[in-house]
Design a protein around this ligand. Sequence first.
Ligand SMILES: [Zn+2]
Ligand SMILES: [Zn+2]
Ligand SMILES: [Zn+2]
Length: 131
Amino acid sequence: MTIQRKTIVLEKVLEILQHTQNAISVSQLMDKLETIGIRPNKTTLYRLLEKLVSTTDALSITLKNGISYYELRQKRPHHHHFYCTKCDTVFCLGSCHVHTQKIDLTQLLPSPKFTVEAHDFNLYGVCESCR
Ligand SMILES: [Zn+2]
Ligand SMILES: [Zn+2]
Ligand SMILES: [Zn+2]
């Protein structure tokens, strides 16, 4: 792929990530690119996304199904996700209950000498349109 072509793919990927409500997988991103006539190969796209993650522009969420979903970091503060097991959509949830309800996670730790630096929380189920 030429450099110019790569730049176009990157621009479109960023545009899609900017306008998507949810976190999206490589295949979902490929479908969206295809509707605007861009067909990059999967490896190229995967590398591009991993690069965005390494520069902290994007974050990836890996779910129980082993698939990684991506979203732009700047779009929202820390939040959790709901995964629909029927349509494979990853919904970004509003706010983190650990923060809003000021839940003290240190109570869960085996010893008060442990410190928590981050947490993940994913919900799995069926979304409204798949019910
Ligand atoms: Zn669904
Ligand atoms: Zn999200
Ligand atoms: Zn949280």
